[in-house]
Design a binder for this molecule. Structure first.
Ligand code: DX5
Ligand code: ZN
Length: 217
């Protein structure tokens, strides 16, 4: 079974509550929340306050993607705001294991992400501390970019490492996912799919989510 995690970065922020309800009613499995600090990535999005407001309106598991430097400073804030999964970037700190343990201790599911140019072997020593690996399929920072096909090599490599260790860790992909790109990521081993533009810019989010699922059948 695959999971679709619509990213609210592509939503109309002036009507955020309604936008979240639309994808929730439309069959989303998770809600992807992109937190950007303007330092780790060249863009600023939103923080724990916004997440805590939408938490009151949604029962979906919150898939919080932290694109921030030194994430340990804010883990407890995001846990309190209602995060279920918290992803940190391998490239954003030096103490990844400590931060992943901190996420678990805060009651959330830890996840590690790598940027497209980061070698796929780097998360290997971290696999025992995570429930998910997020392989970025675009450079983090902005929605609406084109899927980078070369990142499929990383998905295949991470998938092989997880299998070799006999672990039950999900692989998520994020960036440029659409009905025409999702299948290659599925075939490479991804099972959780972030989709911003493909879902929120569609006339009917429910049709867009169905089209993503159908492409994997
Ligand atoms: C990019 C974000 C993505 C982005 C995806 O830095 O992590 O989650 O919102 O947007 P689309 O699906 O439009 O590429
Ligand atoms: Zn993201």
């Amino acid at each position: 079974m695959i999971k679709i995690s619509p990213s609210i970065l592509a939503a109309d922020f002036s009507r955020l509550g309604e936008e979240v309800s639309r994808v929730e009613e439309g069959g989303a499995d998770l809600l992807h929340l992109d937190v950007m600090d303007g330092v780790f990535v060249p863009n600023i999005s939103f923080g724990a306050g916004v997440i805590s407001s939408i938490r009151r309106r949604s029962a979906l598991p919150f898939d919080v993607h932290l694109m921030i430097t030194n994430p340990s400073r804010y883990i407890d804030d995001f846990a309190k705001a209602g995060a279920d999964i918290i992803t940190i970037h391998y490239e954003s700190c030096a103490d990844q294991i400590d931060v992943l343990k901190q996420i678990r201790a805060a009651g959330c599911r830890p996840s590690i992400s790598i940027k497209p140019a980061t070698p796929a072997f780097v998360p290997e020593p971290l696999l025992e501390y995570v429930d998910m690996v997020l392989v970025m399929t675009v450079e983090p920072g902005f929605g609406g970019q084109s899927f980078i096909p070369e990142t499929m090599e990383s998905v295949r490599a991470v998938s092989a490492m997880i299998k070799a260790k006999g672990l039950g860790i999900d692989i998520e992909v994020d960036g440029g996912i659409s009905p025409s790109t999702i299948r290659t990521a599925y075939d490479a081993g991804a099972r959780i799919f972030v989709a911003g533009s493909a879902v929120f810019k569609a006339k009917e989010p429910s049709d867009a989510i169905k089209a993503l699922r159908n492409a994997c059948e």
